[in-house]
Design a protein around this ligand. Structure first.
Ligand SMILES: [Zn+2]
Length: 194
């Protein structure tokens, strides 16, 4: 038997197994650990999971980001100005962040700086908001969470929304106006299509 990469025991077997994708389960025959159930996902298996998951027209998971009262009221304000509900607006912010902002050359520095500045402005007790998301966004969120070592998927949305609100408010002069225009266009375009 092969060693499991996750629990280090010599317990990898081939057979029927379930892979958790959001709140759904993908059932297949694959090599998996008989102790911790970890499945080593090959590119081929990932493709099968993607095809299966993309068939869901409904959301695949509900995530629960936490925001301070001050941040929540900014979310509410911008959502209304784009004629969206809060959940739709937060999903668009997250998509914009993951698709556009992470590609910036100075993303790492910008991420840190905005995080520090935002903590000062949007402090206070936090409460959660529930957001249902579909597979495509969930997958991007999961990849980002892994890459940046974030514990929960909701942390990605918290970070993305905070980043986008900071761009929209842009009181510090830290952000070029072009980023704000890009974000506004992105949200308006997708709001129109949804
Ligand atoms: Zn294991």
């Amino acid at each position: 038997m092969k060693y499991c990469m996750s629990c280090q025991s010599k317990s990898v077997v081939f057979g029927k197994t379930k892979i958790k994708v959001g709140r759904e389960f993908f059932e297949t025959n694959a090599e998996h650990c008989s102790i911790c159930n970890k499945v080593a996902i090959s590119p081929k298996l990932q493709k099968q999971i993607d095809e299966w998951a993309l068939q869901f027209t409904k959301s695949i998971i509900e995530i629960q980001p936490f925001f301070s009262k001050k941040m929540s009221s900014r979310i509410e304000f911008y959502a209304r100005s784009f004629n969206l509900n809060k959940s739709e607006f937060m999903k668009l912010c997250t998509a914009f962040y993951l698709l556009e902002m992470t590609r910036l050359k100075n993303f790492k520095t910008l991420r840190e700086n905005i995080f520090i500045e935002s903590q000062k402005i949007f402090n206070g007790e936090k409460s959660k908001i529930c957001v249902s998301i579909k597979y495509q966004l969930f997958k991007k969120i999961t990849l980002y969470a892994e890459m940046w070592n974030l514990e929960y998927e909701s942390n990605v949305m918290e970070e993305a929304v905070q980043f986008c609100i900071f761009i929209l408010d842009n009181q510090s002069g830290m952000i070029e106006e072009s980023k704000k225009i890009k974000l506004v266009n992105f949200v308006e375009y997708h709001a129109m299509a949804s």
